[in-house]
Design a protein around this ligand. Structure first.
Ligand code: 0X9
Ligand code: ZN
Length: 428
């Protein structure tokens, strides 16, 4: 009997632990006091995995491999950088999450889809189809589009929501970074909430769908996302990039939020395939991004005039506007005043819902990210209101955000988006 129990315990363990182990990995919170300290921190740690990059005076968070913990501590002390160990063992958080996921049934129908849970790639794709079938109507037509096929052969699906022809364009994407699970979950919740609001006669949702076609990709980096999930054969919960091999190294994956074509390869992106911010060998060489951007530009060339481009990430609770490519505050977008005003109004509404504070940000205040989506949306797609939004939290749980925060996060983000739509509608 004892043997059997032991065997069963081992089997359960094997079903769970079959990928990259984060045993002994720690997350440090570091708060640089000056720009010099901030730069020093980046120089010291550019090969490490930043979970959060804060501006001067605010916490940054870095994950340190078990083998480097002591060395990094000493280096930080020597540099007089203030830090604390925030997560003592990353793997124990992952284990808890994995257990919960593996113990429940997969959702294959709309009725069994729980909007308060994180879902597998397959469940998300099934949701896209089931939601379209259930909600498409003569008042609001919903179309499912197979936008792209990933490196590993998965479908990347979009939904187009439209009330007729001759509309302006709005675009929203989630999940460009694999480990940011609350991003696809939030985008799914946004779709549900806006469709419900439209059906209930909400004035903003009604005006929005009467003026705009809304294109939405809930999960863009589908291979990366699958790789972070316990269903994957060789899972890595903290994977960020896509999953295509690189030419020059045995390291895998391109950071697709450094692979866009505007000022590609500049500050805040890396030429080294082993880095988390690897920009690729050339702009748009990431298989998935290449197809998604071609699709968007095809729509634009076909006459769809985009006004809104939203990229949903986590975490930090920021509402970010272009330019993203440079620190220099002299590089200002011509529409800065409007972008700032609408960002502030949106954040005010968002914050009011649950009292969580969100901040507006731009690269000048934060950090540069050349080749990121904001600049593509603004400069190449031509969408005046191009934002990156960073969802919950500010770093207590980070990427391990508990599922009971999905709904409040969706509610506040909905309020932020609704206000943003309302503001944009005032000028179209
Ligand atoms: O670095 C990124 O790609 C985004 N943050 S994340 O933690 N989700 O990876 C932010 C890019 C935003 N752009 C600017 N820095 N302006
Ligand atoms: Zn991200």
């Amino acid at each position: 009997m004892m043997k059997l129990l032991l065997g069963l315990a081992l089997m359960t363990l094997c079903a769970v632990a079959h990928g990259k182990s984060y045993e002994g990995y720690q997350v440090f919170t570091i708060t640089p006091k000056s720009k010099a300290q901030l730069e020093q921190m980046h120089e010291m740690m550019d090969q490490l995995d930043f979970w959060r990059t804060g501006p001067v005076g605010e916490p940054s968070q870095v994950m340190i491999p078990a083998t480097d913990v002591e060395y990094v501590k000493e280096a930080l002390e020597a540099a007089q950088l203030e830090f604390e160990v925030h997560i003592n063992n990353v793997q124990s958080l992952i284990d808890e999450e994995t257990k919960a996921i593996m113990s429940r049934e997969k959702a294959t129908t709309l009725a069994t889809f729980d909007y308060n849970k994180y879902h597998s790639y397959q469940e998300i794709m099934d949701w896209v189809t089931n939601f379209r079938k259930a909600e498409s109507s003569s008042a609001l037509f919903i179309q499912e589009i197979n936008v792209a096929t990933s490196y590993e052969g998965r479908q990347i699906k979009a939904l187009k929501l439209t009330t007729g022809s001759g509309r302006l364009g709005a675009y929203t994407q989630g999940g460009i970074h694999a480990r940011e699970w609350v991003s696809p979950a939030t985008v799914i919740n946004l779709l549900k909430k806006f469709v419900d609001a439209f059906k209930a006669g909400d004035s903003v949702a009604t005006n929005f769908f009467n003026k705009f076609d809304w294109y939405v990709i809930p999960s863009l980096n589908v291979d990366g996302y699958h790789h972070t999930r316990p269903e994957a054969s060789n899972t890595d919960r903290m994977w960020r990039k896509n999953r295509q091999p690189t030419y020059t190294s045995s390291c895998t994956g391109i950071d697709m939020n450094r692979n866009y074509g505007y000022k590609w390869g500049g500050d805040g992106s890396s030429g080294y395939p082993c880095y988390e911010t690897y920009a690729g060998e050339s702009a748009y060489d990431a298989v998935e991004l290449n197809q998604v951007t071609n699709w968007l530009l095809g729509l634009k060339n076909g006459g769809q005039q985009f006004k809104i481009h939203m990229d949903v990430h986590s975490y930090s609770q920021y509402w970010v506007y272009p330019y993203s490519y440079t620190y220099s505050s002299s590089a200002k977008v011509p529409d800065l005043a409007d972008l700032e005003r609408v960002a502030k109004a949106s954040v005010a509404k968002l914050t009011a819902v649950h009292g969580k504070s969100y901040q507006t940000m731009t690269s000048g205040d934060w950090y540069p990210a050349a080749g990121a989506s904001e600049d593509f949306g603004y400069k190449i797609l031509g969408a005046k209101y191009s934002y990156t939004v960073e969802m919950r939290d500010t770093g207590y749980y980070g990427f391990e955000l508990p599922e009971n925060q999905i709904q409040p996060c969706g509610e506040e983000t909905y309020a932020g988006f609704r206000e943003m739509f309302r503001q944009v509608l005032l000028e179209v």
